[in-house]
Design a binder for this molecule. Sequence first.
Ligand code: CO
Length: 209
Amino acid sequence: MISDLLENNRRWAAQKVQKDPDFFNRLSKQQAPEYLWIGCADSRVPANEIVGLDPGELFVHRNVANIVHGADFNCLSVMQFAIEVLKVRHIIVCGHYGCGGVRAVLAGRQFGLTDHWLWPLRELRAQHVEELEALPDEDARVDRLCEINVRVQALNVARTPLVQNAWHRKQPLKIHAWIYGLKDGHAHDLNFTIDGPDRLAQAHRLDPL
Ligand code: CO
């Protein structure tokens, strides 16, 4: 029942105030998150909840299969505000095993508009076809392509002028690639942290403005 959601909401707000009477008053004046989360829209990957952060502590952008397109003004606007106004110190690109977007691409199944969104994933599949085909089953291929996707999307974040200009300004900013397991609730760092332009190929490096 949709009305249950509003009842849940009132109960949640009351619990917050009970623990910390000034909680909403303080949050309503400003937000100062240190982290930007770019994750999948999948309902099983609730960003704040899985990293134990309260409202005000995590700036969040989610889309199907946590893809960072160089011309997606939604994601880029979120990144610009996070980097230049909120001055977040970390951008976490978090994918998840068993991602439906990745599975759809591997199966060649059509969904409609989403197929256009998933276009870069088909490119990735094509680039890694031999490695993927060598894996024992479809679940293994899905999980491997999920990992490949997260690393590439973290690189895409680092390749944006927004991030490179932050580094040119000596603003501390680290990009992380994580993956979350639906089966055990554990998020893992893929050890793909990018904290400066050195990790970018020459073709992707931009001079300071
Ligand atoms: Co997903």
